[in-house]
Design a protein around this ligand. Structure first.
Ligand code: NAP
Length: 460
């Protein structure tokens, strides 16, 4: 009988990625009936994934999830190994050697492609780039966004598109006391944008905003939300969707759209944010940079809740020099782990990693967006990680091969011999405290370090 998971022989688990799903997996293990020691390995010197670098700076309440993550990190069986890249500094095989199980919770790092001509022209950006840039993510620090244009276009009508268009619609006064990165605030302060067009390929009954996020457009100090009343006309299938009792979110979103369409325009406001429907980008035109976007009008076809957008061949043009593609995130593979290319996820059965043919892969588990795709709010990842941990604990006898595992000490030996500067939670806390201190002088919750060298200089 295996004694794995007891104080004499703790279950050693490595988690790759310190976003919400990584922390919730750690929490579920630490609170479980077994004795487990958890090492979370993070590529950046900073933990918390999209809670730090994805959640919009003007949504501080969503970031309070960090208070729970800090409590989890206080547990003696929790350990952070940050500034370490799996696939470069350590391999999956090495983690499987040092630990009984490995959980992959590294999220979805890139964006889906539109697949249209001109997509890579200068001025055509992904939402990920813009969000990472204004949130001070080191990968996006050096990007440039030319806001000297009159018109910006955002493709997609999910909450990321809402974040991007709201940040573009806000004044500096509305943002300056948030934790937005200073370099982004400086560029936004010089913005000349007058019109922001948020374009959905389907109709107002299918937009993926949540009501709260949409409502915020009615409260902007210098921007009018605009929807044409005729754009709110629904086909019978969409009416059925909104009448459905289980579909209160879309019904409320539609009600917000209706309110916007009836509002008088406040002429003292300098910007307009248009919500436009049943349109798909067909081509981005320009020589070196974007000049305009060709859009095809769509109509819906299919049964309620299965309606898709079909092109009508009718096109319109929008003159614009800057465009943001916000059509969903896409995961990337890690060497040594099966991957489903078109879905951008790791194939799995309730969190147990499988080969693409469905056969189980020993020791590997997954959680969060890289497990189920890029959907849901922060809290959705808790149930997702709990499901994974239940599978892992059910496999505990299988995970005990009888071979002694050395856990973090084995990883540290390898990292040290390769001069990799790994960072623990106490060191991160010093960086954290310094960011808060820097923010205080500006009336901000924190001023983020945006270069890795700056972060490391705090803990030299
Ligand atoms: P999303 O909610 O899936 O929205 C993606 C949007 O892109 C949809 O409007 C979709 O239209 C559209 N789209 C997809 N492919 C397209 C194509 N080829 N051409 C044109 N449009 C296309 O994704 P997201 O906005 O990236 O958000 C990801 C998750 O994070 C969501 O669950 C979101 O709620 C969550 N999130 C939450 C918050 C918050 O709580 N404040 C903030 C940000 C993100 P279709 O509907 O037609 O597919």
């Amino acid at each position: 009988m295996s004694n794995l998971g007891t104080s004499e022989n703790p279950l050693l688990v490595a988690i790759v990625g310190s976003g919400p799903s990584g922390f919730y997996a750690a929490e579920a293990l630490i609170k479980s009936e077994v004795v487990a020691k958890v090492d979370i390995i993070e590529r950046l010197p900073t933990p918390y994934g999209l809670v730090r670098s994805g959640v919009a700076p003007d949504h501080p309440k969503l970031k309070t999830a960090i208070n729970l993550y800090k409590k989890i990190a206080d547990d003696p069986n929790f350990n952070l190994i940050a500034n370490v890249t799996i696939g470069k500094d350590l391999s999956i095989e090495e983690l499987c050697e040092s630990h009984h199980a490995v959980i992959l919770t590294y999220g979805a790092e890139t964006d889906r492609k539109l697949g249209i001509p001109g997509e890579d022209l200068k001025g055509s950006h992904t939402a990920t780039e813009f969000v990472g840039w204004y949130n001070g993510h080191p990968d996006y620090r050096e990007l440039e966004f030319d806001l000297s244009q009159d018109v910006a276009v955002i493709i997609g009508q999910g909450n990321v598109a809402a974040d991007v268009s709201r940040i573009l619609s806000k004044t500096v006064d509305e943002l300056k006391h948030t934790d937005i990165a200073q370099h982004a605030l400086d560029v936004l302060a010089e913005s000349k944008l007058k019109e922001i067009h948020v374009i959905g390929r389907r109709g107002p009954a299918q937009a993926k905003f949540t009501p709260k996020e949409l409502r915020e457009f009615g409260e902007l100090s210098d921007c009018n939300p605009i929807i044409l009343e005729e754009d709110l006309q629904l086909n019978i299938e969409s009416e059925k969707e909104l009448e459905d009792k289980t579909n209160s979110t879309n019904r409320k979103v539609y009600e917000e759209f209706s309110k916007f369409s009836k509002r008088d325009m406040d002429s003292s406001k300098s910007k307009k944010c248009y919500f436009r429907f049943l349109m798909s980008p067909k081509e981005i035109i320009g020589t070196t940079a974007i000049d305009k976007l060709i859009i095809e009008k769509n109509k819906l076809s299919g049964e309620p809740f299965k309606q898709s957008a079909r092109g009508t061949d009718e096109t319109i043009e929008i003159d614009t020099g800057i465009l943001f593609r916000s059509i969903g995130y896409h995961g990337i593979p890690i060497p040594g782990v099966p991957f489903h290319e078109s879905w951008g996820t790791i194939p799995n059965e309730k969190g147990r990693v499988t080969e693409n043919d469905g056969s189980a892969v020993n020791q590997l588990y997954t959680g969060g967006w890289i497990k189920r795709g890029p959907s849901g709010i922060i809290g959705t990842n808790r149930a997702c990680s709990v499901e994974t941990i239940e599978c892992l604990l059910a496999d505990i006898n299988k995970l005990d091969t009888g071979k002694k595992k050395n856990g973090a000490s084995e990883l540290y030996a390898k990292l040290n011999s390769n001069d990799v500067r790994h960072i623990n939670f106490d060191e991160w806390s010093k960086i954290d405290a310094k960011e808060v201190e820097l923010g205080e002088t500006k009336g901000k919750p924190r001023e983020k370090y945006t270069y890795i060298e700056e972060m490391l200089s705090v803990i030299k």
